[in-house]
Design a protein around this ligand. Structure first.
Ligand code: MG
Length: 186
């Protein structure tokens, strides 16, 4: 029987690849901040970093990253078989497998993740634009979509967590009000 790859190894490899391809957690967090700060006044970049890190601990997200970055990296060396090499290298608009791979990993984060992903696919923000416009070296056909998917999932996490916190606060306030003695004492 083949031995299983430990999740820690998968995570380490995926984060390493992301870094090698020039993308930091903060780069993705900046997109999350832009997406969510209009709805969350207390949002900080640190909270966005934290959300991105949580998304980057999901196995399916890490697997998608490894697959997409592997495809981009082999395309960089020109060693894919034709016509795939030309399609990936030229970032052919109708290729679609890059978006499909990335979309798969946002599905676990609900509708906000899906709609945010669609928005980022169209209106490229921050580092997604840099990857998509191919400034700098390398093929990033898959990576721009993967970064959009991580940012979209992290945005959705924040939106849901914010509601949970608001509701928890409201419940606390209610409990505190109920515990207050009625009228003036003393
Ligand atoms: Mg792409």
């Amino acid at each position: 029987m083949k031995s299983r790859v430990h999740s820690d190894e998968v995570k380490f490899a995926a984060l390493q690849k992301l870094k090698e391809r020039g993308v930091s957690i903060r780069d993705i967090a900046e997109i999350v901040y832009e997406m969510q700060s209009p709805y969350n006044k207390g949002l900080t970049l640190e909270l966005c970093d934290e959300s991105v890190e949580k998304v980057l601990s999901k196995r399916e997200v890490l697997h998608a990253l490894l697959v997409g970055i592997a495809l981009d990296t082999v395309a960089d060396t020109g060693r894919l078989s034709e016509p795939l090499q030309s399609i990936v290298q030229s970032d052919e608009g109708l290729f679609g497998c890059d978006e499909t791979l990335a979309l798969g990993s946002v599905l676990g984060y609900g509708s906000i993740a899906v709609t945010t992903f669609g928005y980022l696919d169209k209106d490229k923000v921050g580092i997604i634009k840099r990857l998509d416009t191919k400034i700098g070296k390398g093929v990033h056909t898959s990576l721009d979509d993967l970064v959009a998917s991580i940012a979209a999932s992290a945005s959705s996490r924040i939106a849901h967590r914010m509601r949970d916190e608001e509701e928890a606060q409201a419940a606390n306030d209610q409990a505190a009000a109920a515990a207050e003695p009625e009228g003036n004492v003393g």
